[in-house]
Write a protein that binds this ligand. Structure first.
Ligand code: AMP
Ligand code: MN
Ligand code: MN
Ligand code: MN
Length: 287
C-alpha cells in the first residue's frame, strides 16, 4: 500500500514551506504520492513537479478552491487537473482578484480598529494567494497575538475587526472548473464545516448532482468517529474516498506529514483508476 497525502499547502498559498521544500519533507516522511493543493492557485505546481521528479516522488497536480454553498464557505480539492486549462485558470484568476481586494480591505479594517501598520505588505511576505492566514502570521510577527489560532480568534474570525467575508464562486461553478480541467472534485475536510447531519446530506446531494466525485474521509483534523461517519456517507452517495493531511508546514498543521491512517475498508479510493507506481518498486530518492 502506498503512502498517500492528497491535500497539502506551500508558499504558493498559506503553507510555510516552498514547493521544493515540501517535496523534500514529504519524501523524508515516507509519503509516496503527494498532491499539492494550494488555495485557489496552481502556482506552485511547476516547481513541485521539478523536485518531485528528481526525488522519484509521485506528484498529483491539485488545487483547493474556495466555494460558496448557501451561507457556507466550502473547500473543494481538485485532483489530477490539467493546470493550464483555460476554464480553470479563468476561474482561479477571478478568485485571485477577489483575494487581493479582500486583503486590502482586511488591512484597512485592522488600521481602523487601531492596529497601525501596512498589513497588506507585511501579510504578502507570508506567501502567495493572500488570505487570512497571512494576516494571522503578520499579526503574530508584530506581537499582537501569541499564535496563529489566537490571531484568528482575536482579529480574523467573523465578528472580529479584521474579518472580511470572501467573495468566492458557487459550488457548482467550482466543480465545473475542475471537471473542465479533467480533474476529480473532492469535498475537503467535510467534518470541519460543523454541519448537522441533515445539512451535510443536502450538501452531498448537491455535490454529487453538480459532478463532485469524492470526499476526504481521512483529513488531518478528522476524529475516528468522523472518519467512520464519512466512510458510511461515501458509500451511501457512491463517492470515492480521499486522504489528505492539509499540511501547512511545521507547527502549523493538524498532524505531521506521512502519519495519516489508511482508509477504512469498504471505501473506494479516489486513486482507483490512476496509473501509479506499485508499492514495492516505488519512490526511492535517486542520488
Ligand atoms: P481564507 O481562505 O483567507 O479565509 O483562509 C482560510 C484558511 O485559514 C484555512 O484554509 C486555514 O488554513 C486557515 N484557518 C482558518 N481558521 C483558522 C484558525 N482558527 N486557526 C488557524 N488557521 C485557520
Ligand atoms: Mn490554509
Ligand atoms: Mn481547507
Ligand atoms: Mn487545505
Amino acid at each position: 500500500m502506498l503512502n498517500f497525502d492528497l491535500h497539502t499547502h506551500s508558499t504558493a498559498s498559506d503553507g510555510a514551506l516552498t514547493p521544493t521544500e515540501l517535496m523534500h519533507q514529504a519524501v523524508q516522511a515516507g509519503v509516496q504520492v503527494i498532491a499539492l493543493t494550494d488555495h485557489d492557485t496552481t502556482g506552485g505546481i511547476t516547481n513541485a513537479r521539478h523536485t518531485a521528479d528528481q526525488l522519484g516522488l509521485t506528484l498529483i497536480p491539485g488545487v483547493e478552491i474556495s466555494a460558496t454553498w448557501r451561507d457556507c464557505t466550502l473547500h473543494v480539492v481538485g485532483l489530477q487537473i490539467a493546470t493550464d486549462h483555460p476554464t480553470l485558470q479563468q476561474g482561479l484568476a477571478r478568485l485571485a482578484n477577489a483575494r487581493t481586494e479582500r486583503a486590502h480591505r482586511i488591512s484597512a479594517q485592522l488600521n481602523a480598529a487601531g492596529l497601525a501598520g501596512d498589513w497588506y505588505t507585511t501579510a504578502q511576505q507570508f506567501g502567495q494567494s493572500i488570505g487570512r492566514p497571512h494576516f494571522a502570521r503578520a499579526l503574530v510577527a508584530a506581537g499582537h497575538a501569541a499564535t496563529v489560532p489566537e490571531a484568528f480568534k482575536q482579529f480574523l474570525k467573523p465578528g472580529k475587526p479584521g474579518y472580511v467575508a470572501g467573495t468566492w464562486s458557487p459550488l457548482a461553478e467550482v466543480v465545473h472548473w475542475i471537471q473542465a480541467a479533467g480533474g476529480q472534485a473532492v469535498l475537503a475536510h467535510p467534518a470541519r464545516y460543523r454541519l448537522k447531519q441533515r445539512r451535510l446530506r443536502q450538501l452531498l446531494d448537491t455535490f454529487v448532482d453538480v459532478g463532485g466525485t469524492g470526499i476526504e474521509v481521512i483529513a488531518g483534523n478528522h476524529q475516528a468517529e468522523e472518519v467512520r461517519m464519512l466512510a458510511r456517507l461515501a458509500h451511501e452517495y457512491s463517492l470515492l474516498a480521499s486522504v489528505g493531511s492539509d499540511y501547512h508546514g511545521p507547527g502549523l498543521s493538524y498532524r505531521s506529514l506521512g502519519t495519516l491512517p489508511s482508509l477504512p475498508t469498504g471505501c473506494i479510493p479516489i486513486w482507483r483508476q490512476w496509473s501509479l507506481p506499485t508499492a514495492n518498486t516505488t519512490a526511492h530518492a535517486s542520488a
